[in-house]
Design a protein around this ligand. Structure first.
Ligand code: AHR
Length: 501
């Protein structure tokens, strides 16, 4: 399936990096993750329990934590998604053998509640990630939401703070991110925008700051291109929010009934997937333009707290659990989206790929005691130098990559400068057939000590399996040189490269 053509003529790109025009900081939370009580995302993927034969620390698996630490997860969203609006936090505290077992209305099966607030916060501390909690608006009261925040963050002598201490946590946790509901237009309550705007104003009022903790409250956005929803929420509730969310998934077919296969695809699906994924930039621009009307200072962050590929379920026991394989195509999707978030980091303050382990576009897949890192994981690892760095504008002229009547840019890029003054340039060649011959001029800095890594594969749908875990993994990039002050490089077809200089 589309092995690289031999002797293919490269397409040419002239690129200018404006080191003389640094922009703002790329919020490191753009590299955030999401985990939901869904399929094998939390249970097995993260939580195996203290008595498991799988090596664990307080019930959380060591191999997965060690791998995630290598990508520097800045923030982790939990417990949903749709699950958040059916979750009652008191079910998940106290002795585990006394916690209730409940039907999971959203995703089926039984929720044991073994993984609750303390276990989630423990995981965040192991990862060094900030917790991002999704509150229940759909089936709980504002009081329940208010009390959860107090339980987690109060250092007072209140009954809730005492209860937390009795459950083993003396000091309150820091909690900076809190979503007031999830997809209220659908699984979160089937609300209309005007109604949710009022509900949001009401519930967010009771998300209080305790003991010096400052919580940022995030309102839910509408579906994809629902600009009216954005207009309504911004017009009616800007003063009550610090963030506004956007969910946008990449389906090869753009059809929820028949999304397309994760592994069996040809160039038509490759192109269609990329054509869909690059819509992210336009969506951010359009929702952002509405936000600008009500929030010209860009105080309210756009929080892209669900994004990534979503394919048809593979046959087998995981059907319905949103488990899917992850190929080189997913790596390219990740590279493009992270570049978009970098470029739009004036408005995008956080993004959380769906989802961290075993669900949708995962970083890690597990099978009992085995674990495999996906191509997407490697992109997050290669791009982590952008976290908290200064955005540097990139200008370029690149040809289109056409397939049939459709076309997408053949090359995508973003650049940043870290606190040590090193530049990082991430490049994605979307064209699966042609290499890119790129000439990069850096204005305002002289490139030196250049190194790079590349992620590519022979076939578009190459992937990592439990038996071949390193089939798609980054290697040193050799096709680059500095000539007359400019960087010249040859980027392989269907590849992602990160340069440092
Ligand atoms: O990520 C899977 C689901 O997709 C989430 O639960 C929901 O918010 C979205 O529709």
């Amino acid at each position: 399936m589309n092995a690289t053509a031999q002797n293919a003529e490269p397409f040419k790109v002239e690129m200018v990096i404006r080191a003389d025009q640094p922009r703002g900081t790329i919020n490191r939370n753009i590299y955030g993750q999401f985990t939901e009580h869904l399929g094998r995302g939390v249970y097995e993927g993260l939580w195996v329990g203290e008595d498991s034969l799988i090596p664990n620390t307080r019930g959380i698996r060591n191999d997965v934590v060690a791998a995630l630490k290598r990508i520097s997860v800045p923030v982790l969203r939990w417990p949903g998604g749709c699950f958040a609006d059916e979750y009652h936090w008191r079910d998940g505290i106290g002795p585990r053998d006394k916690r209730p077992r409940r039907s999971s209305a959203s995703w089926g099966g039984v929720e044991t509640n073994a993984f609750g607030t303390h276990e989630f916060m423990d995981l965040c501390e192991m990862l060094g990630a900030e917790p991002y909690i999704g509150g229940n608006v759909g089936s709980a009261t504002p009081q329940e939401m208010m009390e959860w925040v107090e339980y987690m963050t109060s250092d007072s002598d209140s009954d809730l703070a005492r209860l937390r201490r009795r459950n083993g946590r003396e000091k309150p946790w820091k909690l900076a991110h809190f979503a007031v509901g999830n997809e209220p237009w659908g699984c979160g309550g089937n609300m209309r925008a005007d109604y949710y705007a009022d509900v949001y104003r009401q519930y967010s009022t009771f998300v209080k700051n305790h003991s010096g903790n400052r919580v940022r409250r995030y309102a839910s956005g509408g579906i994809d291109t629902d600009f009216k929803w954005t207009e309504t929420l911004m017009a009616q509730a800007t003063q009550q929010m610090e963030g506004f969310s956007l969910h946008f998934y990449t389906l090869p077919t753009s059809n929820w009934e028949r999304k397309g296969s994760a592994t069996e695809f040809g160039e038509a699906e490759w192109h269609a997937t990329l054509a869909r994924t690059i819509r992210m930039e336009e969506l951010i621009r359009q929702h952002g333009a509405i936000m600008d009307k009500y929030d010209p200072q860009k105080r309210v962050g756009l929080i892209v707290d669900e994004w990534g590929t979503w394919y048809d379920p593979a046959p087998g026991p995981d059907r319905g659990a949103l488990y899917q394989q992850n190929s080189l195509r997913d790596a390219v999707v990740a590279g493009v989206n992270l570049n978009i978030f970098n470029r739009r980091s004036d408005r995008v303050q956080m993004a959380n790929i769906a989802q961290m382990v075993n669900v949708l576009q995962a970083m890690i897949l597990t099978d009992k005691e085995r674990m495999v890192l996906t191509p997407t994981y490697h992109i997050f690892e290669m791009y982590k130098a952008h976290q908290g760095a200064t955005l540097i504008p990139v200008e370029m002229t690149a040809p289109e990559y056409r397939y049939g009547q459709a076309s997408v840019p053949s090359l995508d890029a973003s650049a940043s400068r870290d606190q040590q003054g090193r530049f990082h340039l991430s490049l994605v060649n979307l064209n699966p057939n042609l290499p890119a011959q790129i000439s990069v001029r850096v204005v305002g800095a002289a490139p030196k000590n250049l190194t790079g890594r590349v992620l590519t594969a022979r076939m578009m749908n190459d992937l990592n399996t439990f038996d071949r875990p390193d089939a798609v993994s980054p290697v040193q990039f050799k096709g680059v040189a500095i000539q007359g002050g400019a960087i010249t490089l040859s980027l392989p077809p269907k590849s992602v490269v990160v340069l440092e200089f």
